[in-house]
Design a protein around this ligand. Structure first.
Ligand SMILES: [Fe+2]
Length: 335
């Protein structure tokens, strides 16, 4: 191997917004090819299945109706703005950047602008793409953005990010990642999917749902009793091992060994072995569910873009909001 070539770590190359290369406000639309519309239609149909949809939270499904997306093709930016801006005040802008740097992203957020990339995944990335594409942005996030509660959540990040120290900014990025991108929430005493990163990726969505079922099957969670309370008890009983896993995942990530979604779980199983952790209980599946909590999330020092070994569950969307507030508000209120 060429020593001068840095090894791929699973991070996506971020890009700065260059106004000279961006879409103008007047011209946001793209003439997509038939094949691009067909890819959209197949992605849409792949996730819009009753056996998957029943595990997505109620607010996303309500938002899907409000957003009135066509299953047949990519919507225009005009359609998105018409269905979102009158409801929540948020605007949608297209960008040529595939993965916007957090600083640029939050500057737009502060103006209540949600960026959607002009990139669409290819046929061989139908199940999962580590790079967020326009299907992720539109299908995963925008149904939520038709509703005030989501606008309120998204409104919290930018004011805190602008005043945060570099260290706090890393925590803020993580909090956004494990809530709006990869969060889960309890509804009707069931685990449901809230994060756009899970909703827009069939592989991620299936992996989460399989874990919901496994927890019941392996008697880790009794779905006839309070599921959040049980999850919290498992968390408290296993906190030391969970933190050892987080530290281990980070060490492996630094070595570039967490870069593949396919191999990710095998890497974690290897870690279990070296740490002497038995793959049972909350560690018995292919993802670990833990309560959404700032202390645990800020311990994850780096986001593993290609693979998330842990997903965070909120007791309710109100509680997720309260936990976000507990960290973000004091920072946002600084002089
Ligand atoms: Fe996203």
């Amino acid at each position: 191997m060429n020593q001068n070539v840095p090894s791929y770590t699973g991070d996506i190359a971020a890009q700065q917004i260059d106004p000279a290369k961006e879409y103008s406000t007047e011209n946001q639309e793209i003439a997509f090819s038939d094949e691009q519309h067909a890819i959209w239609a197949d992605l849409f149909a792949g996730i819009h299945q009753p056996y998957l949809m029943e595990h997505i939270c109620a607010e996303w499904k309500k938002g899907m109706e409000l957003l009135a997306l066509s299953p047949k093709g990519i919507p225009t930016v005009r359609h998105l703005i018409d269905h979102i801006t009158p409801r929540t005040g948020w605007r949608i802008e297209r960008t040529v950047v595939r993965y916007t740097l957090a600083d640029d992203w939050y500057k737009k957020f502060a103006q209540r602008v949600f960026l959607i990339t002009d990139y669409l995944r290819t046929r061989d990335q139908m199940e999962f793409t580590p790079e967020p594409d326009m299907f992720h942005d539109i299908f995963g996030h925008l149904p939520f953005l038709t509703q005030e509660f989501y606008a309120t959540i998204e409104d919290k990040f930018a004011p805190a990010y602008m005043k945060a120290t570099m260290e706090e900014r890393e925590v803020i990025k993580r909090l956004a990642w494990y809530s709006t991108e990869f969060g889960l929430v309890v509804q009707d005493n069931r685990f449901t999917v809230f994060g756009a990163g899970i909703i827009s990726g069939r592989k991620e969505l299936t992996r989460a749902i399989m874990e919901f079922y496994r927890l019941g099957r392996d008697n880790v969670i009794d779905y006839s009793k309070d599921v959040y309370q049980q999850l919290n008890q498992h968390f408290l009983a296993n906190k030391i091992n969970l933190f050892r896993i987080i530290d281990g995942v980070n060490a492996l990530h630094q070595k570039g060994q967490m870069s593949s979604a396919d191999e990710g779980w095998n890497v974690v199983l290897g870690l279990y072995k070296s740490l002497g952790i038995k793959p049972e209980g909350i560690f018995g599946g292919e993802v670990i569910l833990v309560p959404f909590d700032v202390e645990t999330i800020s311990r994850i020092p780096k986001t593993v873009y290609a693979f998330n070994p842990m997903l965070f569950v909120s007791r309710s969307l109100d509680e997720m909001e309260a936990i976000l507030d507990s960290y973000l508000k004091p920072i946002a209120m600084r002089n």
